[in-house]
Design a protein. Structure first.
Length: 127
């Protein structure tokens, strides 16, 4: 009996599921996958505290767009620490139909809270 490599069967399963999604859901899945790939830890600057970029929230924004915007604004944050909460909020929107504006508000709070933790860690390291 031929044994498939686990990664190969995961890829096949992902492709099968991807093919069953609507175009909108495929776009959401791809955008979320991009976020996951970018979640590699970002080293903290040794000398200066990084400030978030001021990126204005558009009047109409998708949850995926908000995740991208906030990831860019808070580029200094370790994405792996945000992953669980971000994916939970994304799932609540995509799978449970939670309102996008409410989820985006919660994402903004989440990123701000993690930035506060980043600042506290930076100040402790500086002392």
């Amino acid at each position: 009996m031929h044994m498939q490599h686990p990664q190969f069967s995961e890829k096949r399963q992902l492709l099968k599921l991807f093919a069953q999604l609507t175009a909108t859901d495929r776009h959401a899945l791809l955008a979320f996958a991009e976020f996951l790939v970018q979640r590699a830890p970002t080293p903290m600057a040794a000398q200066t505290l990084s400030l978030p970029q001021q990126i204005e929230r558009p009047a109409i924004e998708t949850v995926i767009g908000a995740i991208k915007r906030l990831s860019n604004a808070y580029y200094m944050l370790d994405r792996s620490t945000l992953l669980n909460d971000t994916s939970t909020l994304m799932s609540a929107h995509v799978l449970q139909g939670r309102n996008a504006e409410v989820v985006i508000d919660e994402l903004e709070t989440l990123f701000a809270r993690h930035y506060q933790i980043y600042c506290e860690a930076f100040n402790q390291d500086a002392n």
